[in-house]
Ligand binder design. Structure first.
Ligand code: FES
Ligand SMILES: [Fe+2]
Length: 341
């Protein structure tokens, strides 16, 4: 499986990386994550160069990670700082360290060979801002290739069939879809004028109107970073007057057939209301973990491992345009990266 390597992927949420070494397989490679005493996050290859034990089974000594097997110690740059067995530190005693960036509530990792480029991380504001917003976030591991999940997110017509809490009857007939390309960024917009308002948006809307102008506009940036602008206003009113509840969907391949799926949702209504947080978590978890996940995992099983969906000659429908564009863009970037090395 080939991945785009010179790119940012989520390694973990800001909250889950701390002073306890965390092992995670990313792009097929085991990585160990932790924070130094000053809070700066570290990512090292999770393989000791002595007997290849996972370093994540070790423990932190100050800013260094001590192997749990025979005690070699490595700093955040991967250099061996201590050999408890006497003699010099062998020159090959080092591990790879990966550049990290902490933004928008997540720790992002760069696993490519080229120098890391912070400017390649798209702007995901206002995620990560704590003033005036409530955040609910979560994580799922899905036993499917990440591109099947990208397909799912770029074609939200599936909401009407798979997700009762978000569905609105007859909306497919009246909604207007739009595909906008901006360099390597793809916008898959779904405008739903004067539609009945979903149960989910009603939680925040506080209007007695039966109908509103709703929208679900997804922005995709390579490799698998998605920002969903979702909201509703009174019919004919400007977007800024209504409710906005944006979502992030961030996919990191674990292997060719498994994916780390990080999501977050923010809102500027009912901020500080823990009961609303809990309801949001319940509804979103039900949609993602009990409705999307089993469908996508069954789809992966049906397709089989190591098979690219596009090689099977799938029937293409109108709402597939964005996903097909994203797949082509990613394939082009991966091919360009390969030919450059
Ligand atoms: S395996 Fe790490 S010190 Fe021996
Ligand atoms: Fe879904």
């Amino acid at each position: 499986m080939e991945y785009l390597r010179n790119a940012w992927y989520v390694a973990g949420s800001t909250a889950e990386i701390g002073r306890k070494p965390l092992r995670r397989v990313l792009l097929g490679e085991p990585v160990v994550l932790y924070r130094k005493e000053d809070g700066v996050p570290v990512a090292l290859a999770d393989r000791c160069p002595h007997r290849f034990a996972p370093l994540s089974r070790g423990r932190l000594v100050g800013d260094d990670l001590q192997c749990g097997y025979h005690g070699l110690r490595f700093d955040g740059a991967g250099a061996c700082t201590h050999n408890p067995h006497g003699g010099a530190i062998p020159r090959q005693a080092r591990v790879r360290s990966f550049p990290l960036l902490e933004r928008h509530g997540f720790v992002w990792i760069w696993m490519g060979e080229a120098d890391d480029k912070p400017e390649l991380l798209p702007d995901l504001a206002p995620f990560g801002r704590h003033d005036g917003y409530a955040t609910v976030d979560g994580y799922l591991r899905i036993a499917a290739n990440y591109q099947l999940i990208t397909d799912n997110l770029l074609d939200l017509s599936h909401v009407e069939f798979l997700h009762a809490a978000f569905a609105v009857e007859d909306v497919l007939e009246t909604s207007r879809t739009e595909l906008v390309r901006d360099g390597d960024t793809i916008h898959s917009n779904r405008w739903k004028p004067a539609c009945k308002v979903s149960r989910f948006l009603r939680m925040f809307w506080g209007s007695a109107s039966e109908r509103g102008d709703a929208r679900a506009n997804m922005r995709w940036d390579p490799p698998a970073i998605m920002f969903l602008d979702v909201g509703v206003t009174e019919v004919g009113a400007p977007v800024a007057d209504g409710v906005t509840t944006p979502f992030l969907h961030l996919l990191t391949p674990e292997t060719a057939t498994s994916t780390h799926y990080f999501w977050a949702m923010i809102r500027d209504r009912q901020v500080g209301d823990a009961e609303v947080d809990e309801r949001v978590r319940r509804i979103v978890t039900q949609a993602f973990a009990e409705e999307d996940e089993p469908m996508i995992e069954a789809q992966q099983q049906q397709i089989g491992p190591g098979v690219d969906l596009m090689d099977l000659g799938p029937v293409l429908l109108q709402p597939d345009a964005a996903a097909v564009n994203a797949r082509r863009t990613l394939a082009r970037l991966i091919a360009a990266e390969r030919s450059a090395t």
